[in-house]
Design a protein around this ligand. Sequence first.
Ligand code: DAH
Length: 344
Amino acid sequence: MKEQLEKIYENATSDLTEASCISDLDEIRGKYLSRKGEFNEIKKNLKNLSDEDKRIVGSLANEITQKLEKALKTKHEEFYKKELDAKLAKERLDVTLPGKYIPRGKVHPITSTTNEIVASLQSLGFSVVPDAQSPEVETDYYNFDALNVPKDHPARDVQDTFYTTIAQNIVLRSQTSGAQIHAMENAKPPIRVISPGRVYRNENINARKNNFFHQIEGLYVDKDITFGDLKGVLNEFIRIYFGSSRPTRFRSSFFPFTEPSAEVDVQCIMCEGKGCRTCSGTGWLEVLGCGMVDPNVLKNVGIDPDVYTGFAFGMGVERLAMLKYAIDDIRLFFNNDVRFLKQF
Ligand code: DAH
């Protein structure tokens, strides 16, 4: 029996050396140490031995099972650590790696420029009129007549204005100035509003002109409004919008709906006033038209020009964006070239 025990131990030890994972160890434990294991089979036969032999074989069996238990335990720890290390290495997560780039859409530069201009003017006390008060498809009354534009004015020509086939008097608006009329029809002075939007002109497209573009109209009507107020507001707007003082100039001009009228030029950013292709060699770029609201316009909406005065302005969004970001071709805004749009 003693030899039998030693033989079993020898087999168990060699099984143990060949074991390579925890489940091998479980198998060995089952084979040798479980209730039905080989050692227990021997222990069952102990009762047939003499007391003396029982003691010797019994203690040898205990000693051997203990040694085997211990060896199994050591192996188990070793395999457990190895398997854990392998698992950890496999599941390792490097939190310092850069994340996956998810491309996102961006706000179009015309939209963001419009938002910036609107925010600048809001900070000066102007509020935006509801969209319903500045339609892109207008009657010629709002686009021209109410604005004191005579019937024979060249701007009304089909070469300048897009007429629709809806009706003879319905046009794609050529300016946002019609919003002034809607604003004055819908509220009593004091009125201090702005109206951003798209306008259409029957132009030959080139680096400086597109057949649609964007404007922001402004109107301030109250008692005692002067040209000085107009200059103050526009100079302050330019300081806010460009973030520093840019050389600007007021140039006298003519618009049927303002008297006196002016245009504001900002120094060309491309050549810093030296003269280049973008500014046609003048060193200046016109960014807006403005003036004191013509008394005829006030009369057209039932406001008494002897009591109230006002100023108005209309700025070109594309021009202001080009001047801020040094963009030399208006067509870039509308080509939808991602390489251009990505930069904003
Ligand atoms: N509507 C003019 C244009 O499109 C710009 C303009 C000039 C607007 C004078 C005004 C203004 O409100 O007072 O060229």
